[in-house]
Design a protein around this ligand. Sequence first.
Ligand code: PBG
Length: 354
Amino acid sequence: MPITQRRIEPRTEQRPVESSAPAAPGYPAVRMRRNRKSQWSRRLVAENALSTSDLVWPIFLIDGSERRVPVAHMPGVDRVNIEEAVVEAEKAAALGIPAIAPFPNIDRALRDPTGSEAIKASNLMCRAVRAIKQAVPDIGIITDAALDPYTSHGHDGLLDDSGRILNDPTIEVLCRQALALAEAGSDCIAPSDMMDGRVGAIRRTLDRAGFEDVQILSYAAKYASGFYGPFRDAIGTNATLIGDKRTYQMDPANTDEAMREVALDLAEGADMVMVKPGMPYLDIIRRVKDTFGVPTFAYQVSGEYAMLEAAARNGWLDGDRVMMEALLSFKRAGADAVLTYFAPRAAAILNAGA
Ligand code: PBG
């Protein structure tokens, strides 16, 4: 019976009035608060949980002998050299974090219009992957395929004379980049560039070279977002980027388009898909998971980290509490895993059983 009809039922004289609260459907027999009354009960009825198995830790790399350089807009996050990256990988393994995702800050002198450093076996990423694989063989290494750390103009692809991002020529470079990373020992290639057709092309390149077991985690629904600002500081692309990325990254207004992007990347051979950013796009995560039922990752990006951490450091929010709440929200939305700069902190809390 519709609620509105119930409410206008006349009360009879005989009816005992035990509460002054208005008669509502279900109540007082139904009391939602009963299951919340104590911690044991709340634990039993919890629908979602975050575990260390859900975490991927993005780390920033620098070249040289300096071990750590702080990222100004991401307090608590440092860029690390290869030696220190190995230590971070060991730390991640000890905490039970399944995988790390390194991103390089390439020397300005090595950046050029075609991102030629990206395809070299001797570049910072490839050297770091080799060192980490050797020291910590069991940790997963997920490596970005995109040209922005390597280009003098900060774009993920190649440009023509008028500044247009060239799709198909970019794919050729991405394939060579992916191959160099796979040869260095990368377990999973993560194309984050949003060129059309790159997943299929990278898959074919890897397969032809005998890397049919190297996975592809596609940044399938990656939005042109303001939340990447601190990341671009960390890898030095805020200084290089000319214009914006709206001709390849998605319009924040769109949802159906994300479904098409995911469908195409899956058809081209993506093993896992990602939605990025995370918290402002929980609706997209839910829809991807419901529609495709495939491994769906969320990226809690640098700006999300910066917001929470800035407020926490100002004493405006309880940092640990909002960190865990935000990470759980990804699980509730349907994500299987989350890339998060909070990974070691969250893992420590989860391991302590808090
Ligand atoms: C670049 C890339 C970006 C991020 C991951 N890979 C930034 C961008 O597209 O400009 C963002 C990650 C973050 O903000 O934490 N291909």
